[in-house]
Write a protein that binds this ligand. Sequence first.
Ligand code: APR
Ligand code: PHB
Length: 390
Amino acid sequence: MRTQVAIVGSGPSGLLLGQLLATIGVETVILERSSREHVLGRVRAGVLEQGTVDLLSEAGAATRLNAEGLQHSGISLAFDGRLHRIDLTMLTGGKHVTVYGQTEVTHDLMDKREAAGLATVYEAANVALHDFDGETPFVTYDKDGVSHRIDCNFIAGCDGYHGVSRKSVPERSIKTFERQYPFGWLGVLAEVPPADHELVYANHERGFALCSMRSTHRSRYYVQCPLDDHVEAWSDDRFWDELRRRLPPQTAAAVTVGPSFEKSIAPLRSFVAEPMRFGRLFLVGDAAHIVPPTGAKGLNLAASDVRYLFAGLREFYRDKSQVGLDAYSGKALARVWKAVRFSWWMTMMLHRFPETGEFGQRIQEAELDYLVHSKAASTALAENYVGLPY
Ligand code: APR
Ligand code: PHB
């Protein structure tokens, strides 16, 4: 089989790239290790920058997002027993973020791809990347016990942190940067109205907490927990009690409790691989970088990578120019590192670190106090939160 761009992974990166390429008539095949149901079962963050919304519109996958997404013009930081609102829209000259779950983004993109009859191979086993340092790369995989080969012009490695693409690159050609944080986030989804109409990021002596939402009737909450904690140890009652203890009294009183229908613990890490291009292989999204969820940048970074790669591939197919492809890694990484910095900073400012000590504690308190009282500092948070320019 032949295609123009072989895409490994059908998460948001692979699906969005595939949809954009379809708008300019470039053929793709997506190879996905898991089943469609498994991909759609993953729960991830749900805050979209305007640049991400615009790209989904360009891909023709924003109809439901436009109808159901919630526009938020602010967030609150909770500490000292009260909420401190950051007016994102006022501080950024009119910008906002859109709250819409990543699962829904993935669903919309998959529906669009299926309706257009574009090829996706689910449950593709042993995907392997070949000859991407030359002119004629190809990808092999097994499906139902039969081996297949796809010849292509380019390979897009959109297969996440645990994927095969980054691992296919010789170690001497890649440099990685990593920081692990000494805690995780325990997250709960429940069919209850959110405690606040906007997101609340809480710094509390018992640990960080976050009030988020998927809609006006579905809430997503998180509490910081030890890395060796287990979901089985967290009954719904224990979770609701712990969450409310970490919130200011007024917000705690507004929490509607109910049965959870998803509960999971995720570790926090920052990770970047450089460069993001190896000959005719391009790494995109989580395959190249991971950010801790504080600030909700993961999906938005995947979208900005896709935008740069799409622009490069369009130039290649339309104008026979490699200039855009040559610029991909540099442009993508410049934006990636700024979001890595922002997510790291939000994480450092809002969590309890076991090793911090009293000095570190006072520094954190001073930082939060400065942040909410200085327009310059609040503006820096706001412009990063709504998304830096591409
Ligand atoms: N072969 C084929 N597919 C694979 C392989 C493999 N060897 N390894 C992984 N995959 C698939 C995974 O099953 C998954 O569906 O690649 C996909 C990668 O999707 P994501 O992990 O969602 O990564 P990405 O599309 O870059 O999305 C970035 O998702 O993880 C969040 O925080 C992240 O929000 C960000 C966004
Ligand atoms: C979420 O809704 O899951 C979410 C929102 C904001 C974050 C992280 C996660 O910073």
